[in-house]
Ligand binder design. Structure first.
Ligand SMILES: NC(=O)c1ccc[n+]([C@@H]2O[C@H](COP(=O)([O-])OP(=O)(O)OC[C@H]3O[C@@H](n4cnc5c(N)ncnc54)[C@H](O)[C@@H]3O)[C@@H](O)[C@H]2O)c1
Length: 262
């Protein structure tokens, strides 16, 4: 497949390139240059440049959006909201039927879900709240979903939370681990994050129930707070690294542990 990657020189980009480069023809784009060791095609492109994105998408079979800008009020909307508008317009104009969008899990399950401790899943009614990162991504998602429904585009949204190197998962630092101040239970190794994108690119359309399907990308935590079974069952994603060692490691007692307060 010919694949356009938007925002591809950030943290996740290299892992997506690694997962796809042997089987697909990639055009990497970003406002920032890739590292010198990157050997494929690259185009400097801002996702809010609608015509630029439309031009770059010509002849593509799939678009992947990895772009994000988290902290500046205007730029966050330019990138995470308007960027999706550019992407979906480009898909519509060039009749591109597969689009992969990415974001944090809280663009759907925001602050009002934080107290929930069981079976949070991507089918729940979205409540992104008003945090800039979440709301700018959520609005971009809404735009993408409307385009997908109206123009018959397969939109696959991959939601992540915390991405780590696999050695942080396999050999967690017990010295630094502090009770209640440790890793979130929705953590995925970089390599598995990239692999999820490959699964989304390559999944047969007949396995998707609607034009717009959303997936959590996380190994299953033992208490099932986050439920990513849909990702296993439908996308066929099989993470190489589980969270087992995080749960079984020894941890120091936190200074603010409730027993210490009395
Ligand atoms: N890193 C994480 O732990 C994490 C967690 C949850 C979700 N995500 C999601 O994963 C995806 C990739 O995130 P990341 O960790 O690689 O983020 P990142 O900040 O490392 O990379 C984002 C990329 O977007 C690019 N960008 C910014 N403005 C742009 C513009 N106007 N046009 C084009 N590109 C632009 C940046 O240059 C950067 O290369 C995002 O959708 C993010 O929301 C990441």
């Amino acid at each position: 497949m010919k694949i356009l990657i938007l925002g591809g020189t950030g943290m996740l980009g290299p892992w997506v390139v690694k997962a796809l480069k042997n089987k697909h023809q990639l055009l990497l784009t970003d406002i920032n240059e890739p590292p010198k060791k990157y050997q494929g095609d690259f185009l400097k492109l801002s996702v809010d440049d609608i015509n630029g994105v439309i031009n770059a998408a010509e002849g593509m079979d799939c678009i992947i959006n990895l772009s994000v800008l988290r902290h500046d009020r205007k730029l966050a909307f330019d990138v995470s909201t308007k960027g999706n508008y550019s992407m979906m317009n480009a898909a519509k104009i060039h009749n591109i039927k597969r689009v992969i969008n990415t974001g944090p899990h809280f663009q759907m399950l925001g602050q009002s879900y934080e107290e929930w401790d069981f079976n949070l899943n991507p089918e729940m009614p979205p409540q992104p709240g008003t945090r800039l990162y979440a709301i700018s991504k959520f609005l971009g998602q809404e735009i993408a979903e409307r385009y997908a429904d109206y123009f018959g585009i397969n939109l696959i949204t991959l939601l992540y939370y915390n991405m780590r190197h696999h050695y942080d998962l396999t050999t967690p630092n017990e010295e630094k681990a502090v009770l209640h101040n440790d890793m979130v239970p929705f953590t995925t190794s970089w390599i598995d994050c990239g692999e999820a994108v490959r699964c989304a690119v390559e999944i047969d359309k007949s396995k998707l129930q609607s034009n717009s399907e959303t997936f959590f990308v996380s190994p299953m935590p033992p208490h099932n707070k986050f439920n990513s079974s849909k990702t296993f069952d439908i996308l066929g994603w099989r993470p190489k690294y589980s969270l087992e060692n995080l749960w079984t490691k020894k941890i120091k007692k936190s200074n603010n542990h409730v027993e210490d307060s009395y």
